[in-house]
Ligand binder design. Structure first.
Ligand SMILES: Cc1cc2nc3c(=O)[nH]c(=O)nc-3n(C[C@H](O)[C@H](O)[C@H](O)COP(=O)(O)OP(=O)(O)OC[C@H]3O[C@@H](n4cnc5c(N)ncnc54)[C@H](O)[C@@H]3O)c2cc1C
Length: 595
């Protein structure tokens, strides 16, 4: 039986910061807009963002977007596209102030302006010293942001489909995207959302790793769906490990703690970051701090009986500051580490946090793929924004607080581009190709009829352990090679997963199996792209790429200053150029990255 078809001007998959921002743009322009989401909008992972959103407002000290742009290009280890980075940094102030006008309860300075705190890699005057650039609502910035934007959407009559899971894209023979198929989790019913614009804002996929700061729902669905529909995934080898996950639990302790003056110490009580980053110290970029911590632990200077973590110390801060600026962190430390951070330091380890890669887009939020005419041909009807997308502003390493900014800027620009396109060509919905609908149904049918298959939980665990061991903070040539073989083995099991409970109503076992179909695409693309990139850059650091005059810190600009593109079909890799020319200013020239 064919599924029900529902027609909208636009369908947005994902109700985190990026999806909600895009939806505001469309709904307020009068377009009939559906937002599909696995969880209630304000439970999306954006809710967990603690540290803040970057904008060079300069409320406490001088700042400007050129410096922000420089820091972002440098942070990206020059892999970021400079046109998109200029676009984002320039738009930051407008987008943050707009959010304030939506009702975002930012912390305030005494003069009434938005409070800003320093954050890793954000510096004044082209890398001189840390600058206050992160606009924060205590340590609950993402929470406040989602609530402000959800309410704005309710006012604009955005139609929400809560506890619905998008399954697959519908593309016609010309490659145009005509919507998605989705399952109502409550009933198990499958519906086709037929739209003239489809925007993916499905967030990250940190759950491919065993230890992650990400929510359980961060399973890379948008990436899996896009990959199955023939869209390549860009720069998937670049994963950010956040320096300060609570040891053993993985829960995040925001970088804002170091922004407020927190210090990392090894077993000898030494402030070891002074040796690794003499200038920025504890506020060097995340990849640098994570590697320094891992080196301390590997060289025997870790803390605890197994010497397997370091300490984040804020005992020297005024307790009143901790209670005012970091109340949520104190709660997390008490709950998950069993320490009151006012009196004792918090045990921390680097933990998987963020994917720099994703669905390739331009700075207008349009999905782009290599074609006959150019490396960046627009896929009609298809947009992506937020963590699932690769614009690419974060390149090989993202700076803290630049993701919330990415959601606002590119959520808005994807929405704006969709609005313009809908206004320019107000055409009727194109016919839906039956084969595409059958494709989505076949995946669910396979799962329903599988016998003697693989256990979902065990298969997911095998994937997570493989990723953790073979594609972690440091990467080793032999482990990567072995990792490719192992992950392809796990993939075979994913293709034959079985669920015992076949019922339709709120069947979470089925949802988890469908999520695993997406996670595995992300894991495979990561391992294959990482194995192939024979250099060290940003978050991707290999043992077989030494520091030489030609390749400082192992970065090989001659051969590897390019974006990876992984195609699901045949696990094929392709590459495209990095956009080194910004929109209006001069190129930020390549140089060795040091903090
Ligand atoms: C603990 C933590 C703290 C962070 N702190 C900061 C910070 O302080 N500053 C900063 O800049 N960045 C921070 N980040 C990063 C940043 O929060 C995320 O990158 C960002 O919030 C992602 O937003 P998003 O809108 O792309 O996706 P999300 O907020 O993850 O939302 C994804 C949405 O997609 C929906 N979805 C996914 N798959 C499907 C599907 N198949 N069908 C239907 N719906 C689907 C989900 O229901 C959800 O609504 C943090 C991240 C974490 C994990």
């Amino acid at each position: 039986m064919n599924p029900t078809v529902r027609k909208f001007d636009a369908v947005i998959v994902g109700a985190g910061g990026a999806g909600l921002r895009a939806a505001i743009q469309l709904s307020e322009s009068g377009f009939k807009t559906a937002v599909i989401t696995k969880v209630f909008p304000t439970r999306s992972h954006t809710v967990a963002a603690q540290g803040g959103v970057a904008a060079s407002l300069g409320n406490s000290e001088e700042d400007n977007w050129h410096w922000h742009m420089y820091d972002t290009v440098k942070g990206s280890d020059w892999l970021g596209d400079q046109d998109a980075i200029e676009f984002m940094c320039k738009k930051a102030n407008e987008c943050v102030i707009e959010l304030e006008h939506y009702g975002m309860p930012f912390d305030r300075l005494d003069n009434g302006r938005i409070y800003q705190r320093p954050f890793g890699g954000h510096m004044s005057n082209f890398g001189e010293k840390p600058v206050r650039r992160s606009c924060a609502a205590a340590d609950r910035t993402g929470h406040a942001m989602l609530h402000a934007m959800y309410q704005r959407n309710v006012k604009a009559n955005t139609q929400f489909f809560v506890e619905w899971m998008a399954l697959d894209l519908v593309r016609d023979a010309e490659g145009e995207v005509l919507g998605v198929t989705a399952m109502d989790m409550e009933t198990g019913e499958i519906v086709v959302f037929h739209a003239k614009a489809t925007i993916f804002a499905t967030g990250g996929a940190g759950r491919i790793y065993y230890s992650s700061t990400n929510a359980f729902i961060n399973t890379g669905d948008g990436l899996g769906i896009a990959a199955r529909a023939g869209i390549p995934l860009e720069d998937m080898e670049f994963w950010q490990f956040h320096p300060t996950g609570v040891a053993g639990a993985g829960v995040l302790i925001t970088e804002g703690v170091r922004g407020e003056g927190g210090i990392l110490r090894n077993a000898q009580g030494e402030r070891f970051m002074e040796r690794y980053a003499p200038n920025a110290k504890d506020l060097a970029s995340r990849d640098v701090v994570s590697r320094a911590m891992t080196t301390e632990i590997n060289e025997g200077r870790g803390c605890g009986p197994n010497k397997d973590f370091v300490l984040l110390d804020i005992t020297h801060l005024d307790p009143a500051t901790i209670m005012k600026r970091l109340p949520g962190i104190r709660e997390i430390a008490i709950q998950f580490a069993g320490v009151d951070c006012i009196k004792e330091p918090i045990p921390v380890v680097p933990t998987c946090h963020y994917q720099m890669g994703g669905i390739p887009t331009n700075y207008n939020g349009q999905v782009v793929i290599p074609g006959k005419r150019s490396q960046n041909e627009i896929v009609p009807g298809f947009y992506a924004a937020g963590e699932c997308a690769c614009a690419s502003v974060h390149g090989a390493n993202r700076l803290g607080t630049n993701s919330l900014l990415d959601l606002l800027v590119f959520g808005k620009s994807a929405g704006e581009t969709a609005v313009e396109t809908l206004k320019l060509s107000p055409k009727a919905h194109k016919d839906l190709p039956q084969s595409e609908i059958d494709r989505a149904l076949a995946r669910v049918d396979r799962l329903n009829s599988q016998k003697d298959g693989a256990n979902v939980h065990e298969t997911r665990l095998a994937m997570q352990r493989t990723m953790q061991k073979h594609a972690g903070v440091f990467r080793f040539a032999d482990l990567l090679k072995e990792g490719v073989e192992k992950i392809l083995e796990v993939q075979k099991d994913v293709q034959r997963t079985e669920i015992k409970d076949k019922s339709k109503v709120f069947n979470t076992a089925r949802i988890e199996a469908l999520e695993l179909d997406n996670l595995i695409e992300v894991a495979v693309s990561t391992m294959i792209s990482a194995e192939a990139r024979k250099e060290s850059r940003g978050a991707h650091v290999r043992n077989d790429c030494p520091d030489t005059a030609e390749c400082p810190d192992g970065r090989d600009d001659k051969n590897w200053l390019k974006h990876s593109l992984w195609y699901k079909e045949g696990n094929r890799l392709d590459y495209k150029s990095v956009k080194l020319t910004p929109l209006t200013v001069e190129t930020i020239a390549l140089k060795k990255r040091a903090y």
